[in-house]
Design a protein around this ligand. Sequence first.
Ligand code: HEC
Length: 145
Amino acid sequence: MKKSFIAMLTACLLISSAVYADAISDRKAAMKNVGMAMGAAVKMFKGQMDYDPIVASLAFAVMNNSAIGLTGLFPKGSETGGDTTASPKIWTDMDGFSSAVAKYQADAAVAVAAKPADMDAFKAVFGKVASNCKSCHEGYRIAKQ
Ligand code: HEC
């Protein structure tokens, strides 16, 4: 009896830690995609790459998609492990974090809908979306040691 409980609880523990490890790797993967989208957007912004409206729209779409369900990738129990740089503040201030995600998604949605045809139109929406990266990272992410 005791042995089978130990086996069962060990399995539960493995499954739950696998789920949490997934949440961490999923959110890191989502953010990595966003980082790549941002890289392309910044290159165009700085004139290191010719402006391409398709690249711009894709970059904004990646950002918008990354915000959808993002809060759900920070379940209780995923505060540590998996090389996470998420700040503990996310779990003590989940409302604030959720609002930051919602604002990010709304700003990215505006940029997607704008379908910026040229650099001026791009610049008009880019800054607002990009400001979300900085403000959320400052508030809810810890610097990697
Ligand atoms: C609402 C909050 C929030 C917003 C907005 C946000 N991020 Fe993040 N980002 C995070 C958190 C939290 C982490 C740490 C995740 C972890 O390590 O578990 C992170 C991690 C990252 C990482 C590191 C991923 C890795 O490999 O570990 C990159 C790159 C990144 N963000 C880019 C961006 C860019 C670019 C933007 C804006 C377009 C952005 N983020 C917007 C919260 C946010």
